[in-house]
Design a protein around this ligand. Structure first.
Ligand SMILES: C[S@@+](CC[C@H](N)C(=O)[O-])C[C@H]1O[C@@H](n2cnc3c(N)ncnc32)[C@H](O)[C@@H]1O
Length: 300
């Protein structure tokens, strides 16, 4: 089977990007904000600095990240030596960036341990599908990868990514993650970077339910979630996070960019949601700072 791209009839809205917020809009908001953590001049100067590099401009415009920029943050940016000071901080010190990268490698370990012949594996939303295309599937028989995303551009790039990595048994489907329209279809399903945009707990749980339906009995979900920073919840599980970096992250991502990834859950909330749906053997595997834990759960 070769790579294929299928568009579903109805699509709903992209939660992570696709907005068109101007720098002037950010400047106006910052100019009147009453809850800034740095002084206004310093905040405005960071806004100007963000607009000098591409990932900063994407974040300002979209207030979130698409699959391409997540891939850049995880795999490419850490190797670059030409980053300006603010992008260097975002890539090498921002606690959420470090957690995002740690989470990627924890997913790899968890999924690698479960790989066997004859598996159909999905990534929802797939972005560039790096999570599946990095798995050591060579030598296994009959592995089919399915990338599902609402963003047509992400699907095209994921298909190119699969081709360039020499993986031919991959298909790509444009669908809303809440409406997969498939039952008992996958042996393994991975999902990261979407629920962080969903602040309504009912809708958040509905996403895990959509994955539950799509999994085969005995199959495993590998997902993740943000935990709340101590400034938002005194019971935050964060450990060993430099308070200056935590504060700067709040300034850059919330005060300036107004990032839309504002859903934070305690591990107990995630376990309760998954249990209500019917998942079993729920495991929470933390990154070193307990910022973006991985959750592994089985459909009985
Ligand atoms: C932050 S990226 C994460 C991509 C990938 N999971 C990763 O970790 O590289 C978020 C992805 O969610 C997709 N997305 C946003 N809203 C969606 C929806 N309602 N249904 C399916 N995908 C969606 C975006 O197109 C984007 O590829």
């Amino acid at each position: 089977m070769s790579s294929s791209l299928v568009a579903a009839a109805a699509v709903t809205s992209l939660l992570s990007h696709g907005f068109d917020t101007s720098i002037e809009t950010h400047r106006a908001r910052i100019s009147t904000a009453t809850d800034l953590s740095y002084g206004r001049e310093e905040t405005l100067s960071l806004l100007d600095e963000l607009s000098t590099f591409e990932s900063g401009r994407f974040l300002l415009k979209n207030q979130g990240l698409d699959g391409e920029w997540i891939s850049y943050l995880i795999l490419d940016a850490p190797l670059r030596e030409d980053l300006c000071p603010l992008e260097h901080w975002m890539v090498h010190r921002a606690p959420s960036a470090l957690a995002t990268r740690a989470r990627f490698w924890i997913f790899q370990e968890v999924m690698t341990a479960r790989l066997q012949d004859n598996m159909r594996i999905a990534s929802v939303p797939c972005g560039l599908m790096e999570d599946l295309l990095h798995l050591p599937t060579q030598g296994l028989a009959n592995i089919a990868l399915v990338g599902i995303d609402l963003d047509e551009n992400a699907l095209k790039m994921a298909a190119e990514n699969a081709q360039s990595k020499g993986f031919h048994n991959a298909s790509f489907i444009q669908k809303d993650a809440w409406d997969l329209g498939e039952e008992n279809a996958y042996d393994l399903l991975t999902s990261s970077g979407l629920n962080i945009y969903v602040t309504d707990p009912v809708r958040h749980e509905a996403l895990f339910e959509s994955f539950f339906k799509a999994l085969k009995p005995g199959a495993v979900l590998v997902s993740s979630f943000w935990t709340p920073p101590p400034a938002l919840n005194p019971a935050s599980p964060w450990v060993d996070v430099d308070p200056q970096d935590a504060l700067k992250q709040k300034v850059v991502f919330k005060d300036i960019i107004g990032a839309k990834w504002q859903n934070f859950d305690m591990p107990g909330t995630i376990t309760a949601q998954l249990t209500r749906i019917g998942y079993k053997d729920i495991q929470i595997l933390p990154d070193p700072n307990w910022i973006m834990p991985t959750v592994v759960a089985t459909k009985p």
